[in-house]
Design a protein around this ligand. Structure first.
Ligand SMILES: [Ca+2]
Length: 493
């Protein structure tokens, strides 16, 4: 009798330990600034009720950043745990024969069912993608429309169901397309639950208050709302599948809004991301972490820690599971950023380090003639700025900053989060800049960054030689990829 009871207990323990592996749901939004979310300080009341509900249930990281200001490389950092110059995914192209495992390999190896919706080719540096399932495809084999909030319900529900059929815990990566362009527009076939008008919206401090810019911002914020509708659909599927209590939900954006001075840059609002972790029984409801800096490089080690899967060698971030559990962690006082090229392969390399107080940027591409090639040059906001610059000196200055930059930038993030006052030449800040240069240089050395050869801000020759050699590499890669362009890589950023 006792033996039988012990046997049953042992069996129950076994079943519990294998089925008790935590599910992980990673939700991303595309091109959404941190402060566009209500619970991260958006001035529009109740703009993101579903994301805010998630924040209320879980933990918000106020000082979380992504590494890169554009999509493809930013997402590869999240799922490879390596900086772009290490993973070699610096732009919008695939790398074949990679020598390191990525998230879906690792999670699958650890017994997880892995599935993804949207941005599939941005998630993994090679093809074919090793996910168990692409949830972008609907039951009838058609692709779900990326702006259709309801289809996010079906994708999530199916991922959970199929993981259960396979008798495995799941890792789902659901990538919402909004508020990436095209923005929601009047008469759109894919509704948003709330439409904002030009007068309703806040104008970010890095842009100017102008009717045309407000019009574009209103479409952006209406798209932020539609992204929130998608989050609502995903969480509804999680709840209805009765998986809410066994799932750690992560939410963040791949970088800031698709307007000048945010997307494709490394400014504060380019990389600050509304990271939420909601994990019933682990995270404390409604808590805020405002004292530790975490970044996208830390996501993969954290997922592996939660899943109790061994880390592969040479990951460049570290788990922040202790912070998720409400503990403290040391050495969380700075994060590194990098940018290399846009979706068209045009090189404007930048490196940066941000601390609790300062952001230091190094822009070797800035030679007074070369301009910034970016998707935001096509926006109504930028076109309006170019027009206004003809009569307005302040706007002209901003246009010139955007186009030409300077080799070094330094901002006091607490006083100037919009990065309007470059302190690089300020006499009072020379010790700060020296110390941050050193920190950045050490990181570049430690991570074998090819940009290290250019890190001599007063030597225009070495910077120029570096940028030109990297541009040539990019041009050659594009030529080669055009010749052997299979499979096709979508250039959306
Ligand atoms: Ca993006």
């Amino acid at each position: 009798m006792i033996n039988n009871i012990l046997r049953i207990l042992f069996f129950v323990t076994l079943v519990t330990s294998s089925s008790a592996k935590t599910n992980i749901l990673l939700i991303t939004v595309d091109d959404m600034s941190c402060d566009s979310v209500g619970s991260f300080g958006c001035a529009i009341q109740d703009i993101t009720p579903n994301i805010d509900k998630l924040a209320k249930q879980g933990l918000r990281f106020k000082k979380a950043h992504v590494q890169v200001g554009n999509c493809y490389p930013s997402r590869n950092v999240m799922l490879s745990g390596r900086y772009p110059h290490t993973s070699k995914v610096e732009g919008f192209y695939q790398i074949k024969n990679i020598k390191y495992p990525v998230l879906c390999d690792l999670m699958k190896g650890g017994g997880y069912y892995t599935a993804i919706r949207g941005k599939v080719n941005h998630s993994t540096p090679y093809h074919p993608y090793d996910w168990d399932e692409d949830l972008t495809l609907l039951k009838d084999g058609k692709k779900a429309h990326m702006k259709d909030a309801n289809t996010y319900y079906a994708s999530t529900q199916r991922g959970i169901k199929n993981a259960r059929s396979a008798n495995k815990p799941f890792f789902l990566n659901i990538n919402i397309s909004d508020p990436h362009k095209p923005f929601w527009k009047p008469g759109d076939n894919h509704p948003t639950s709330k439409i904002y008008k030009a007068n309703d919206v806040p104008v970010p401090g890095f842009l100017h208050d102008d009717p045309t810019i407000r019009e574009e911002l209103a479409l952006y914020y209406s798209s932020v709302r539609r992204a929130d509708d998608c989050v609502g659909a995903i969480i509804k599927a999680l709840e209805e599948s009765k998986a809410l209590d066994s799932t750690a939900v992560f939410f963040l954006s791949d970088h800031g809004m698709p307007l000048p001075f945010a997307k494709t840059q490394l400014y504060h609002h380019s990389t600050n991301t509304p990271l939420i972790v909601s994990w019933p029984g682990v995270t404390k409801s409604g808590t805020i972490n405002n004292s530790h800096m975490v970044s996208a490089i830390d996501l993969l080690p954290t997922f592996l820690d939660i899943a109790k899967i061994d880390e592969p060698k040479n990951l460049q971030g570290r788990t922040f599971l202790p912070l998720i559990k409400g503990d403290k962690q040391n050495l969380r006082n700075l994060i590194f950023k990098e940018y290399n090229e846009n979706a068209g392969g045009f090189r404007n390399p930048m490196r940066g380090v941000q601390t609790h107080k300062y952001l230091y940027l190094f822009n070797p591409w800035s030679n007074g003639k070369r301009t910034m090639a970016t998707a935001t040059n096509g926006t109504a906001t930028w076109k309006r700025m170019l027009l206004l610059a003809k009569q307005n000196e302040n706007i002209k200055k901003r246009v010139n900053v955007m186009r030409f930059r300077t080799t070094e930038e330094l901002y006091d993030i607490n006083k100037d989060p919009d990065c309007l006052h470059n302190l690089a030449q300020s006499k009072d800040h020379q010790n700060t800049i020296k110390s941050l240069r050193k920190t950045l240089q050490e990181w570049m050395k430690e991570t074998n960054d090819h940009a290290l050869v250019s890190f001599d801000p007063n030597n225009s020759e070495v910077m120029e030689a570096y940028v030109q050699s990297k541009q040539l590499e990019s041009d050659n890669r594009r030529k080669k990829n055009k010749k052997t362009s299979s499979p096709k890589v979508k250039k959306s950023s």
